[in-house]
Design a protein around this ligand. Structure first.
Ligand code: ATP
Ligand code: MG
Length: 344
């Protein structure tokens, strides 16, 4: 099913979306093209839960809980600044819904240790964060807690970046196993909703821009710092003189132009010119800076429009609605697990 078909289906079936972010830093352009843009497009036609995964963030940040807490309202401000409408979305704070933790515990019985260790994203993150010798059970289990988040709200569509696709597979395995073992159909399978840029590379050429990896352009980046970041981007190390033929694939500047520059015809001409030789990096970086500044300037302005009290209020209202839904799901799960037979 392509994205347009999903959008049409959403309108007909009122599909349910669960998506979210870890409060581990400011949101960046990778989040925008990988997930936020889809959420903005889908908010009018689907029931959309947007989860701030503070418990998940603690799995690899347990030594700095204040840092996680301080990023929660930052995330809310970012949501408002990209026009996620508080009347059209349900914003949820993960730690305020204890039902999610209980669901996670029930699902843990259904997942083998080896399956978690083979998860390609977890494997990559363990390597990237050098957790090999200090791997906590909590971190290893975060795909299970993500399954709890998705299934608690009966979501069938999850807008995510490429790195999260293995989590959807893990979720569906749990759903199938749970329904089969306990003769129920209370859990629903889900599909990832991938945008056209499902992985934006880091400004240092790393395969993914990440907020914890210090290689991203933030949605509220100042104009000065945006310029510094764009002009320090890797291009092609063999493109030394303007007349040298250059490489487009793997070139960070072209990757960002692909994601944000709307004049496709002009971009194709630039790529041909660059490959042939005769087009300088400075010209391209100026074009990219102007393109990104045009996109970021209005977002930056909206960042500080809401007070902390207003943001907290929006989050509280959404979390109350979400908790009721999660409570219902948990009671179905408890029933399937025969945990409700005795009345205390
Ligand atoms: P952390 O480094 O703390 O894990 P992160 O930058 O990976 O932070 P998350 O909060 O884990 O951000 O991810 C939120 C959503 O944004 C996920 O759906 C993820 O797939 C997507 N996403 C994150 N980085 C990118 C990127 N560079 N390109 C496309 N999508 C991305
Ligand atoms: Mg991540």
């Amino acid at each position: 099913m392509n994205n347009d078909m999903i959008k049409t289906n959403c309108m007909i079936n009122q599909n349910i979306i669960l998506t979210g972010d870890r409060p581990t830093g400011s949101l960046h352009l990778g989040h925008y093209v990988g997930s936020l843009k889809s959420r903005v497009a889908l908010q009018h036609s689907c029931k959309q839960f947007i989860l701030i995964a503070d418990m998940q963030a603690l799995t690899d940040n347990f030594e700095r809980p204040k840092f996680i807490k301080n990023n929660i309202l930052q995330l809310m401000a970012a949501y408002m600044s990209v026009e996620l409408n508080p009347d059209k979305n349900i914003f949820v704070l993960q730690s305020a819904i204890p039902e999610l933790a209980e669901l996670t515990i029930h699902y843990m019985n259904l997942v083998h240790l080896g399956r978690l260790q083979r998860n390609p994203t977890v494997k990559h993150e363990i390597e990237q964060k050098s957790l090999e010798n200090s791997l906590s059970i909590g971190f290893l289990c975060y795909p299970i807690s993500q399954a709890a988040d998705i299934t608690a709200f009966k979501a069938n569509l999850v807008p995510v970046g490429q790195d999260q696709v293995p989590m959807i597979e893990q979720t569906n395995e749990i759903v199938r196993k749970f329904n089969r073992l306990y003769y129920t159909n209370c859990l629903k399978e889900c599909k990832p909703y991938l945008s056209d840029v499902s992985r934006l590379m880091g400004i240092n050429g790393a395969e993914k821009a990440g907020k914890s990896t210090n290689n991203a352009i933030f949605l509220n980046e100042s104009s000065k710092s945006l310029k510094e970041k764009v002009f320090s981007m890797y291009t092609d190390s063999n493109h030394i003189k303007i007349s040298d033929p250059g490489q487009v694939e793997g070139n960070v500047v072209f990757a960002y132009l692909d994601a944000f520059y709307n004049n496709i015809e002009h971009l194709n001409e630039l790529k041909q010119h660059y490959k042939k030789g005769g087009l300088g990096d400075v010209y391209l970086k100026k074009l990219l800076f102007d393109t990104l500044e045009n996109f970021i300037a209005p977002v930056r302005d909206k960042y500080n429009q809401y007070s902390n009290d207003e943001l907290l209020d929006i989050l509280r209202t959404g979390t109350e609605i979400a908790r009721k839904v999660a409570k219902n799901t948990l009671s179905e799960i408890r029933q399937a697990l025969c945990l409700t037979n005795f009345k205390f």
